[in-house]
Write a protein that binds this ligand. Structure first.
Ligand code: URA
Length: 198
């Protein structure tokens, strides 16, 4: 069996070469990179955002712009180093003009996310925003509990996976706190995460 880093590299190679992706032409035209994910391959916590923005597509790193600064601050507020967790997105290439990901884009990239979950085997999956919340809750049989993010953010759902049980915690996307006053809500929800580590 290959190690986790080798398995992750295969996913990267496949995405880089994925000419059938609905976002492939846009990536190549702009000389963008796909954003696979970053962090520890042995992480207990996996964060799943929406899709790369411009900064991310230019560097190949998830959450490295304004939302990333907020995410870093939230992690620091509960004493977690970014390197200890794994951070990725449901969609691996930047959609034009930062629009919401389309259903066919989510459908195309979700199998790669599924593989990443199988490789990392996180104990906790924290979704960032409504797209990854909806995908992950449906994937793990929690469709009947899926409500609007304002109703279920910060709640803990338990699901069974091929490797054991996982806690799923829907969180608001850090972008909601870049300008507004929503950071306090996010900080409170991050405290929930803290209870499950260490
Ligand atoms: N927003 C996301 O959802 N993901 C990123 O990587 C950056 C911004």
């Amino acid at each position: 069996m290959e190690n986790r880093t080798e398995q992750m590299k295969k996913i990267k190679d496949e995405i880089v070469a994925a000419k059938d992706s609905p976002l492939y032409d846009f990536r190549v035209k702009n000389k963008y990179f796909p954003v696979i994910g970053e962090g520890s391959h042995n992480a207990k916590i996996m964060f799943i955002g929406e899709a790369p923005g411009k900064n991310e597509a230019e560097t190949g790193r998830p959450f490295c712009g304004a939302s990333g600064r907020v995410l870093g601050e939230l992690l620091a507020s509960i004493g977690i180093d970014r390197k200890e967790v794994y951070i990725t997105n449901i969609v691996k290439d930047r959609p034009p003009e930062n629009r919401d990901p389309l259903p066919n884009e989510i459908e195309f990239y979700a199998p790669f996310l599924d593989l990443q979950i199988e490789i990392i085997k996180p104990e906790i999956i924290a979704t960032l925003g409504r797209f990854s919340m909806a995908y992950i809750m449906k994937k793990f049989g929690l469709e009947s509990e899926l409500k609007s993010i304002s109703a279920i953010h910060g709640k803990v759902f338990i699901a069974q996976t091929s490797y054991g049980s996982v806690k799923i915690i829907p969180l608001y996307h850090p972008a909601v706190a870049v300008y507004g006053t929503n950071k306090e809500i996010l900080k409170k929800d991050f405290k929930v995460l803290k209870e499950f580590i260490k």
